[in-house]
Design a protein around this ligand. Structure first.
Ligand code: 5GP
Ligand code: ZN
Length: 118
């Protein structure tokens, strides 16, 4: 199948091994790695290997694999870091706080009273 990449995209570069990452899971369609500026210990990201800028550009075919990987990685992160809870979130557009325009799910371990998100 054709690989969808965007030359200037940092997450595409991570997929292609041009930029390093702390990889935690990989399969045919998805990749998971630790966030370089973690909002809490164990903060990880899950991306489709193909470049789709945001949720609106995502294909239905990739949403399932991304969510399946997100669940697998959330379980592994929860086991490794022992948080009190876990948030999943995802930003679309600068107004929503998106800074990398290659679709990604955040897996954010939480502690009671950590004040990381609302
Ligand atoms: P956004 O703000 O777009 O929802 O999330 C982008 C996330 O990617 C941020 O949490 C940021 O710390 C993370 N990030 C940005 N550049 C890199 C990078 O080069 N490597 C890794 N592992 N994470 C990155
Ligand atoms: Zn990309």
């Amino acid at each position: 199948a054709h690989k969808l990449r965007e030359p200037e995209c940092i997450f595409c570069k991570i997929v292609d091994g041009v930029l390093p990452c702390h990889k935690v899971y990989e399969d045919e369609h998805t990749l998971a790695f630790m966030d370089i500026f973690p909002l809490s210990p164990g903060h990880a990201l899950v991306i489709p290997k193909d470049h789709h800028p945001d949720l609106f550009a995502m294909t239905d075919a990739l949403l399932g694999p991304v969510m399946t990987t997100t669940r697998k990685v959330a379980i592994a992160i929860a086991k490794a870091f022992g948080p009190d809870g876990v948030n999943l979130f995802q930003a679309n557009g600068p107004a929503a706080g998106q800074t990398v325009f290659h679709f990604h799910m955040h897996i954010l371990p939480r502690r009671f009273g950590d004040g990381v998100l609302a």
